[in-house]
Design a protein around this ligand. Structure first.
Ligand SMILES: Cc1ncc(COP(=O)(O)O)c(C=O)c1O
Length: 245
């Protein structure tokens, strides 16, 4: 494995620039994750990798915006953020890549088996797939990916504007790398962060504690999260700063 870019030195706070990628000519594939759920960074467009197949883990921002499928050889995404309940994984794979897995790979991990059997090789999780269908119908009724993309940009921009308003809050991700799905931010100290999470929960705004590996706060605002909730969070942030800032 060649690591084309490692963000650990900067605590994964930004997406690399194209000219920073150390790609291997002739590689079997390049893998990237379009949205970093934990640190709150998101690729604004796919990396350019030439003729090498591009593979994307799109689990945490799939269908949050239009996606250029032709740029990818393989997209896979766990359903649990924007698609439906956990237990279903959506895979979009280029035909010519099917059937290339080594014979030693377990049957259930071979896309060829699933493609040949129309995703019915085993007993599929019917309920999860049914819910995914309902979510897709909802998404189409919203106006599709263009429309949801516009809504998501607007929702996230409201929270980022509040983060940037005074300096009391500090966004974790670099501005050009900010995720529209997971908004990560810090407060002046950990006591205030604890108080923020506790008071937010009491105010009905649950789940704001950051991932255990990062600390701080994280607002996950997937497709299903209503804009009213964003407005409530921004109002809470203003109020908390007035009290503790
Ligand atoms: C981008 C991304 N990839 C992979 C995973 C892991 O998914 P799972 O728990 O379904 O293996 C997650 C978290 O759910 C994620 O956000």
């Amino acid at each position: 494995v060649n690591v084309a870019f490692a963000g650990d030195a900067e605590n994964f706070a930004r997406i690399p620039r194209q000219d920073e990628l150390k790609l291997t000519p002739g590689a079997a594939y390049v893998h990237f994750t379009s949205n970093n759920t934990i640190f709150g960074t998101e690729w604004k467009k796919e990396p350019e990798v030439g003729a090498v197949p591009l593979v994307c883990d799109a689990s945490s921002d799939i269908y949050s915006r239009p996606i250029d499928v032709t740029k990818h050889a393989l997209i896979y995404a766990g359903a649990q953020k924007n698609l439906g309940p956990s237990g279903v994984t959506v895979v979009i794979v280029r035909d010519d890549l099917i059937g290339k897995a080594p014979a030693t790979i377990p049957t259930m991990l071979d896309f060829k088996i699933h493609a040949e059997n129309k995703s019915l090789y085993n007993t599929p999780p019917c309920f999860g797939i049914y819910i995914l269908r309902l979510v897709m119908k909802w998404l189409v009724a919203q106006g599709g990916l263009d429309a949801i993309g516009t809504i998501n940009v607007r929702k996230a921009a409201k929270v980022y504007a509040e983060i940037d308003r005074t300096g009391f809050y500090r966004g974790h991700a670099a501005k050009d790398s900010r995720s529209n799905m997971n908004i990560t931010f810090r407060l002046p100290n950990e006591e205030l962060e604890k108080a923020f999470a506790k008071e937010a929960t009491a105010a009905g705004l649950d789940g704001l504690k950051g991932h255990r590996s990062v600390g701080g706060l994280r607002a996950s605002v997937y497709n299903a999260f209503p804009e009213d909730g964003i407005d409530a969070l921004v109002a809470f942030m203003k109020d908390f700063e007035r009290k503790h800032g």
